[in-house]
Structures are given as C-alpha cells and as structure tokens.
Design a protein around this ligand. Structure first.
Ligand SMILES: NC(=O)c1ccc[n+]([C@@H]2O[C@H](COP(=O)([O-])OP(=O)(O)OC[C@H]3O[C@@H](n4cnc5c(N)ncnc54)[C@H](O)[C@@H]3O)[C@@H](O)[C@H]2O)c1
Length: 257
C-alpha cells in the first residue's frame, strides 16, 4: 500500500538502533536511503545499515555527518540534494542520552545533550526545508521525540528538556510549512531495546514492562512502522502530531486500584 519509489529519504543516526530500523523499513518500500551518522558502523555490530539494505535489493548510501555541526549539515544536505535531485523525507533520529538530575548536570553535559538532540534537529530541518522550498516540492519531516518529552523521567534532566523542545519545535515548524505541503510530525517512542538503553538492568526492564499496558518494551521496528506511516502519503493531512509508540505507558499504569 505504501510505495516510496523515487523518493530520497535522509535518516540521521541511521547506522544503529531505531534509525537503522527506520532506514531499512523506508528502503523496503522503495526509497533511496541516505544514512547520515557519525559512523557507518552499527553500535550493535553486524553489517552496516547500507549493506543490509543493498543485500535485500534496496538502495542506500552512508554519509558521515555530525548533526550538531551547523556548517557540516549545510554542506552535506546541499551536496546530497544537488547530487540526488532533492531530499523528500527527513527523519531526525540522531540522539544521545545523558543522565543526571539538574544539580548533577554541568554546563558541558547540558550543552552536549542539547547540541545533538535539539541543535541537530534544528540544523537538519532548516536545511532540508530550505531545499524543499527552493525546489518547490512537498516533503515529510519526522522527528524522533520521546515519552521523556511529555513527562519527567527521574535523573534525566537534560534529556527530558531536549525531547520536550523537539515536541514543540515539531508543532511550530509544522504550522509554518503546512501550506507548502511539507508535513512535520514526530514519533515519541517509549522504552526501546537498543544500545542507548543498555544502561538499564534486567530488574529495571522488567519493572518498566510491568508498568506498560502492552506489557513489553518497544522494538525498533515498532518505531519504524510509525515513521513509515508519517513519511508516506497516508499521513498527508497529519500536521504537527506527536505520535506515541509506547505500549500505552503514557496514558497510565495497568494497576487496578
Ligand atoms: N532507545 C530508547 O528507548 C528511546 C526511547 C525514546 C526515544 N529514543 C530516541 O530515538 C533516537 C535513536 O535512539 P537509539 O536508541 O536508536 O540510540 P542508539 O544509540 O542505538 O543510536 C543512535 C545513533 O545516533 C548516532 N549519533 C549520535 N550522535 C550523533 C551526531 N552528533 N550526529 C549524527 N549521528 C549521531 C549514533 O552514532 C547512533 O548510530 C534518539 O533520538 C533517542 O533519543 C530512544
């Protein structure tokens, strides 16, 4: 039902985890994938995302990019857009997770968190929308936020602030460009098993699963499925949405009182 043949999709942080599943899923329905990451290697090991896609008959390339570097983003987006005739779909997925209460968070840690999650999303969104406007083309931007952008998460002050910023940035940018046919939306994952969440021990994992109505963590594929929908024409009339993919965690705990 979804066919993205002829579309170019630019997925940041696509070498590992959730971004890897997103890139693979978009390539399966015909998009050409530009996987933009600090490294080509997957944090979880195995073949690169590009190798996986090409082995399954898809089309993909890696570009090295630090999304926190504004000049680098401008250069890479311009290069890719010129070479491939434009970027139709941007997925702002690159992110880092730093821990600490507000008192434990020093300036450098705060800056690092914001520079990747917030500045990176800003840099890529600005450059891709600029080229869409210059080409007078519609497009899709999907930001990866988090349940931590809607609720507090004990001990993760900077991370929660960064994800909250992405939720409202999504709404604001969506408003400015909806009339141009550029849909900007977000997907808010709950707990997902990736290298980022390797810091949680089994006991914590089980406790968090028990607090989730669906009774389990999300897979990276659960998140990729939602991104696929928002990146497709099926979502043409969805504007500024923050789609929770959290097994029901945010709506309440499955404890009967
Ligand atoms: N794993 C979860 O439970 C979870 C929950 C909610 C939201 N998220 C969000 O999903 C996104 C992906 O997380 P993940 O779990 O797959 O993490 P991950 O650590 O497995 O993968 C993150 C990828 O981003 C890349 N990256 C980091 N900094 C970058 C930079 N400056 N420029 C370019 N690439 C960079 C890394 O190299 C890596 O490939 C993040 O935005 C994260 O905050 C994750």
């Amino acid at each position: 039902m979804i066919d993205l043949s002829g579309k170019v999709a630019f997925v940041t942080g696509g070498s590992s985890g959730i971004g890897r599943a997103i890139a693979y899923t978009l390539a399966q329905v015909g998009a050409h994938l530009v996987i933009a990451d600090l490294t080509e290697s997957a944090r979880e090991g195995g073949p690169t995302t590009g190798e996986l896609i090409v082995a399954d008959g898809g089309s993909a390339e890696h570009v090295l990019l630090d999304v926190s570097d504004s000049a680098q983003v401008s250069r890479v987006v311009a290069d890719v857009s010129t070479r491939l005739g434009g970027i139709d779909i941007l997925v702002n997925n690159a992110g880092v997770l730093v821990s600490g209460t507000v008192v434990e968070t020093d300036d450098e840690t705060w800056r690092r968190q914001m520079s990747v999650n917030v500045d990176g999303t800003f840099h890529c969104t600005r450059e891709v929308i600029r080229q869409l406007l210059a080409l007078d083309r519609p497009g899709k931007v999907v930001n990866i936020s988090s349940i931590s952008g809607l609720r507090g998460n004990p001990g993760f002050a900077a991370y929660c602030a960064s994800k909250g910023a992405i939720v409202n940035f999504t709404r604001q940018v969506a408003l400015d460009y909806a009339a141009h046919g550029i849909n900007v939306n977000a997907v808010a994952p709950g707990f997902v098993t990736t290298e980022m969440t390797a810091l949680y021990d089994d006991q914590t994992r089980d406790a968090l699963s028990a607090q989730t109505p669906r009774g389990r963590w999300a897979t990276a594929q659960d998140i990729a499925n939602a991104v696929l929908f928002l990146a497709s024409p099926l979502a043409d009339h969805i504007v500024g949405e923050n789609l929770l993919v959290d097994g029901g965690w945010t709506i309440g705990t499955p404890v009967q009182l």
